[in-house]
Design a protein around this ligand. Structure first.
Ligand SMILES: [Zn+2]
Length: 309
């Protein structure tokens, strides 16, 4: 009976133990599930927060980028505007500078003109003379080595003198015999010379240099040139000399022109009579095969400001 009871008892204890185990297991499992679900919830929350944060960060970043882009656009615009303004200022400055340089050029020309004797480029003729009272602004003595008659003192326009001596030096260097017979003549000297010619050559003297060239000699910028051994008075056969040929090819480089060329319709031929008109005008006439008498006075006057350049 006891054994039976015990067996019974044992038999009846097992289910109870099993029940407990099962209960404990269920409770534990429930707890684990609860914990897990809690953890999942927390993770879900975290994920949600993270998502929200990421989303708002992205939003902020996007806004930042948009703002930067807007700034960049504004900056580029401003930079472009600045470039344009700079360019505008540069243009204005250049215009201003060129205006100033134009003005100073004009002033320079005016100043030169105001200081340059306008008579120096006047066309004189048998009917249009320089005033009897005219005297050049300044005269200088020509070195005796260039003078034909060593007993004479030759005067020439001071500013034009270096052009004359350069020409004489170059001719000498080229093996050309070249001397100055006459240069500046005052009105008084001119009158007496004319009288001398009249005495020597009678009424034919009116065809001579003394008449047609006297105004130009009174200017101080004109020379009568000869070879060392030529006979005086000067004659047209001077045109056959190498000296004349040299002058024809080179005098313009020093600003000298022939006042009364051969075959001109107005004047007697004077191959010895050379007038200083400045290098620019002399070169233009030489290159175009023209004489001063072919030009209008107003066109000649445009060369006056640069006559001594
Ligand atoms: Zn002369």
């Amino acid at each position: 009976m006891n054994e039976l009871n015990e067996i019974h008892a044992n038999k009846s204890n097992w289910p109870i133990i099993l029940d407990w185990v099962a209960l404990i297991a269920i409770v534990a499992l429930g707890y684990i599930i609860y914990s897990l679900s809690q953890t999942i919830n927390i993770l879900k929350n975290d994920l949600g927060v993270l998502r929200n944060e990421t989303s708002s960060s992205t939003q902020i970043l996007k806004q930042g980028i948009a703002s930067l882009e807007a700034d960049l656009a504004t900056t580029t615009l401003t930079s472009n505007e600045l470039s344009l303004q700079l360019l505008d200022q540069q243009n204005k400055s250049e215009t201003f500078q060129s205006t100033i340089s134009d003005l100073s050029g004009t002033l320079g020309t005016l100043e030169k003109l105001s200081k340059t004797d306008k008579e120096l480029l006047q066309k004189y003729s048998k009917v249009y003379f320089l005033s009897d009272n005219y005297v050049p602004l300044s005269l200088a003595v020509l070195n005796q080595k260039y003078v034909f008659d060593k007993t004479k003192t030759i005067y020439f326009h001071t500013t034009a003198l270096p052009f004359l001596t350069k020409m004489l030096d170059q001719a000498t260097n080229d093996g050309i015999s070249m001397k100055v017979v006459s240069a500046y003549r005052s009105f008084g000297a001119q009158s007496s010379l004319k009288n001398d010619y009249s005495v020597t050559y009678g009424s034919g003297s009116n065809q001579f240099s003394a008449d047609q060239g006297y105004s130009e000699h009174q200017l101080g910028t004109t020379v009568d040139i000869a070879t060392e051994k030529i006979k005086i008075p000067l004659m047209v056969d001077f045109a056959d000399s190498p000296t004349y040929k040299w002058l024809t090819n080179n005098a313009y480089k020093y600003g000298f022109i022939l006042s009364y060329p051969k075959d001109n319709t107005n004047y007697e031929y004077e191959p010895w009579h050379w007038r200083f008109v400045g290098v620019q005008l002399a070169t233009m006439l030489h290159n175009n095969g023209k004489n001063l008498s072919d030009m209008e006075q107003r066109d000649i006057d445009t060369y006056l400001a640069n006559i001594f350049d």
